[in-house]
Design a protein around this ligand. Structure first.
Ligand code: B12
Ligand code: SF4
Length: 495
């Protein structure tokens, strides 16, 4: 069969496509796990953000796929539906499959669309079995994790248990299937690699709990190194380890860093997500190894610097610092210190706009970010389907926006008990732009040609909505904020 796999073009505030265009790891993994006689093409539409319609038209015309698969996050739902309509208008008799976080967590949002299948949860095995069933005209009934159309309704098969990732059940991704190129992380070709899946914590805002249960599964180092080598052979000079929580097992992470060094793969730049507690409590041994292995940016899940907010986010325990095994306060400052001592940069993940938040509590977090993180990644709590947080916000009547396309993390869609959603967003927007430009010299030192060529566009993106008058303080910043919101709204029309 001829199979076309698409990821959605929608991007969000903190990953502007001028500097960050990441491949979707799911699609290459699916491509690597179908039976070898299929012809598969992977197209990340974030690489064609300004020409989505023509790109899809061209791909369908040249490839004439039998089946198209779409990978979708919640904030991409509206775009996905438009692409589904476009595909239907381009080719009759096409099978359309949706998968990823949104169809898995909210399949009911897709049963009314003109699609044939929903793959819920992990996709590799389900998708492989689905293709075999279609080819051989067999029943879909036994395929775990699959929902399929049956007469005028959808039948939902039982859930598929998560894979242990042991052995060779899940094969390496197929990066050669990618038909668009120009992935970048500040001018360096970037790729994504997984070393584990899942997490045993239960932060209230995170989709991973409902997606995989509180389980942590790991790939062997041989497989991980082979995957990194494959990414490098396909041109990558920067690797994002997309594990949900690689720091759950610090000793394993240390051994992995050592394996990267021994495997002479430490000439690449690495990025990773980490818990503050793991970095603070094991930093002395872990951080130097990370540095030697090539880690450059660490996304720290700080979430919030106030205890009451951490409690609401259920993120207290992953932010605890211990001394000789005894709780000794919040781990954040210590984690940042250790990373900085080892010459790594901190991408500070914070969530402001929680139910109890006041102007002062939000300002406290923004002030913290201003002084301590290298690149702010500040978001608002977003009620994604089936997260514990969503139930909480709904029960308290705090959700003010039900449009999934606004659920991009930097649009405030919930209010607090004390502040309107728009005010929360304004406070973040006003502070964050200035924090971001401080990182420009570091980016320049590492990738001078890229920054020289693109700094006007980078600044234009960061300050969109603002004019010289705004920057000189001759105009009320709220006017610029209004313009920014209108621009952001218009940007969401990708198709
Ligand atoms: C890496 C990552 C990123 C990276 C790279 C994104 C990319 N290009 O793929 C970056 C940092 C850029 C990013 C940004 C964002 N992300 Co993100 N990200 C992740 C993370 C950590 C891992 C995703 C991954 O690669 N997993 C490995 C692959 C193999 O697994 P997978 O994606 O789950 O795919 C499997 C199945 O879902 C299924 N599947 C997926 N697609 C398809 C398609 C078909 C056809 C089929 C059959 C099956 C299938 O099969 C796959 C293989 O088993 C997840 C998870 C987490 N715990 O935090 C969040 C996550 C996906 N991100 C999320 C969000 C919200 C975002 C942002 C909007 C904001 C944010 N929180 O940072 C932005 C927007 C991105 C953009 N396009 O601009 C949410 C999505 C929630 C939701 N309900 O939509 C997650 C779940 C985190 C969370 N908050 O819980 N993200
Ligand atoms: S520690 Fe990270 S991956 Fe684990 S539940 Fe919390 S946010 Fe999700």
């Amino acid at each position: 069969m001829k199979i076309l796999l698409l990821s959605m073009p929608d991007s969000f505030e903190h990953t502007p496509t001028v500097c960050i265009r990441m491949p979707n790891g799911a699609l290459a993994s699916l491509a690597g796990n179908v039976d070898p006689h299929h012809q598969v093409a992977v197209a990340d539409l974030v690489l064609a953000q300004d020409r989505v319609r023509t790109t899809v038209e061209e791909l369908v015309k040249t490839m004439e796929p039998d089946l198209v698969g779409l990978s979708i996050m919640t904030f991409q739902r509206k775009t996905a539906k438009k692409i589904i309509d476009l595909l239907r208008s381009l080719k009759a008799g096409l099978w359309i499959v949706v998968g990823g976080y949104d169809p898995s967590m909210a399949p009911e949002a897709y049963t009314g669309c003109d699609i044939d299948f929903i793959v819920r949860g992990e996709g590799e095995i389900t998708f492989r079995e689905l293709l075999r069933a279609i080819e051989n005209n067999r029943s879909y009934l036994g395929i775990l994790g699959l929902s399929y159309r049956e007469a005028d309704r959808f039948h939902h098969n039982s859930e598929r248990p998560v894979s242990s990732l042991e052995g060779s059940e899940i094969r390496l991704p197929n990066r050669s299937a990618r038909v668009l190129n120009n992935y970048t992380m500040l001018g360096r070709q970037v790729d994504v690699v997984e070393t584990s899946r899942g997490c045993t914590f239960d932060c209230s805002f995170c989709s991973i709990i409902a997606m995989r249960g509180r389980q942590f599964n790991t790939y062997s180092f041989d497989r991980v190194l082979a995957d990194i080598r494959d990414a490098a052979e396909h041109g990558a000079r920067a690797i994002f380890l997309v594990d949900d929580n690689i720091t759950l097992n610090v000793r394993r992470f240390e051994a992995l860093c050592q394996a990267i060094i021994d495997g002479r793969l430490n000439h690449l730049d690495y990025m990773v997500q980490a818990m503050t507690s793991a970095i603070a409590n094991s930093g002395e041994t872990l951080a130097p190894l990370m540095r030697e292995a090539g880690f450059r940016y660490v996304f720290l899940g700080i979430e919030n610097v106030l205890e009451a907010d951490l409690e609401f986010l259920r993120a207290g325990s992953k932010n605890i610092r211990r001394e000789k095994g005894i709780k000794a306060g919040n781990a954040t400052l210590k984690a940042i210190e250790v990373l900085h001592q080892n010459k790594m940069y901190v991408v500070g993940g914070l969530i402001v706009g929680n139910p109890g938040d006041t102007r002062e509590s939000i300002e406290t977090n923004l002030e913290f970010a201003r002084h301590n993180v290298d690149w702010p990644y500040i978001q608002h709590p977003t009620p994604y389907p089936r997260t514990p947080m969503t139930r909480d916000f709904r029960d308290r009547g705090l959700i003010i926006d039900d449009n999934p396309e606004d659920y991009d993390g930097t649009t405030a869609v919930v209010r607090t008990d004390h502040l309107a959603a728009e005010e929360v967003e304004f406070l973040r927007w006003r502070a964050e732009r200035w924090m971001k430009i401080r990182h420009l010299p570091v980016a320049f030192a590492h990738n001078p040609l890229f920054v020289l060529r693109h700094w006007p566009k980078m600044l234009a993106h960061t300050f969109r909505g603002s004019t010289v008058k705004t920057l000189l303080g001759l105009e009320d910043e709220r006017k610029a904020f209004e313009r920014y919101r209108r621009i952001r709204q218009a940007e969401r029309e990708y198709v």
